[in-house]
Design a protein around this ligand. Structure first.
Ligand SMILES: [Zn+2]
Length: 343
């Protein structure tokens, strides 16, 4: 499914690390690797593929072929020359430390420390990185954190501590060729600034795309908006459930919020089934009363069974089979009635 052609990279260092010209100060810059310094689109196929297989070992093992984010490397090396310590903190597993160090040397990434995630640590990025920074760099002035837009939790961690954080958005390129490359500064409508790497074999639409991105909110604000919308919907669904006399759901706060919406669609679909029954009642009764009674009884019992379903997890697990339509309602009620022997 991937049309990516791996670029054969030389093994010797291409870019020597520039030496420091200023004394080391107290300031540090913290920078991530995957999706930040190292552009990893070519190996996402090991995680997202038609087979639905996630092969983390191969995903990590292919890190040596990542393309470098050269404009960022240049920035870091410049900061380093000014005496700022460059600290690399990555969620990448320490099992590929050798490959990672080789890659950093090959692309001339000057750095003062490299922290890799110990194998067996599965904490979210912000928890792992935050704890590490607090443990080893407490009291140091953090000039900036460079992070992938995949890790909004890290950006939030920075915002809470008034640490400037620059997020790298997903690449704006066709992924196959990297002949030209640039970092575009996008000043978003929410007044936050994001850096987007653009690359490909021509820069024809880059300015247009950067202009479009600037009209929208940054990823962090967009995520906040989406979250507020989800919470609003969950609150509405909860209110609707209460008005309908449905029992409260059980589970974690997050599960309950999610399940309320699923349950609401299920009962809206059941309403449609009940309207359909009313409309067809007389005709169906005349045609085959026995069969029609069985159908109505099955629907009644299945509805009651669903009303008693208070486990949030049950609704979440069955969400794919729930559609807010007449057919969706009929399919759901039939499935319950058949499984529970109500027909
Ligand atoms: Zn924003």
């Amino acid at each position: 499914m991937s049309d990516y052609c791996p670029v054969h990279l030389p093994t010797a260092a291409l870019f020597p690390v520039p030496s420091r010209t200023m004394p080391v100060s107290d300031e540090i810059v913290i920078c991530g690797l995957d999706g930040v310094l190292a552009l990893l689109e070519h190996r996402l196929r090991f995680l997202y593929n038609e087979e639905g297989e996630r092969d983390w070992d191969r995903f990590h093992a292919a890190c040596g072929e990542d393309m470098p984010n050269l404009p960022l490397i240049h920035r870091l090396n410049q900061a380093r020359q000014e005496g700022v310590a460059v600290i690399l903190v990555t969620g990448r597993s320490a099992t590929v430390e050798r490959e990672t160090r080789d890659w950093l040397a090959r692309w001339g990434v000057g750095h003062d420390a490299l922290w890799m995630r110990p194998s067996g640590d599965f904490n979210p990025a912000a928890k792992y990185k935050g704890a590490l920074i607090e443990q080893h760099y407490a009291g140091r002035k953090i000039r900036r954190v460079y992070e992938s837009a995949q890790h909004l939790d890290v950006a939030r961690w920075c915002t809470e501590r008034s640490i400037p954080c620059t997020l790298f958005g997903p690449n704006q390129g066709n992924g196959a060729t990297r002949e030209i490359f640039d970092l575009k500064r996008v000043a978003h409508a929410c007044e936050h600034v994001t850096l987007y790497p653009f690359y490909g074999d021509d820069d024809y639409a880059w300015d247009d795309r950067a202009g479009q991105l600037a009209q929208g909110a940054c990823l962090l604000c967009a995520d906040d908006e989406a979250r507020a919308e989800r919470e609003q919907k969950a609150a509405e669904a909860k209110l609707a459930a209460r008005e309908r006399g449905l029992p409260p759901l059980e589970g974690s706060e997050k599960q309950v919020a999610w399940a309320e919406g699923v349950r609401l669609s299920a009962f809206s679909a059941i309403d449609k089934v009940n309207r359909w029954i009313e409309q067809n009642d007389a005709a169906a009764e005349a045609e085959d009363p026995d069969h029609w009674h069985t159908v109505k009884q099955g629907i009644r019992k299945a509805t009651a069974w669903l009303e008693e379903q208070t486990e949030a997890k049950w609704w979440i697990d069955h969400r794919h089979g729930i559609m807010n339509s007449l057919d969706g309602g009929r399919a759901l009620l039939s499935a319950v009635a058949e499984r529970e022997g109500f027909f």
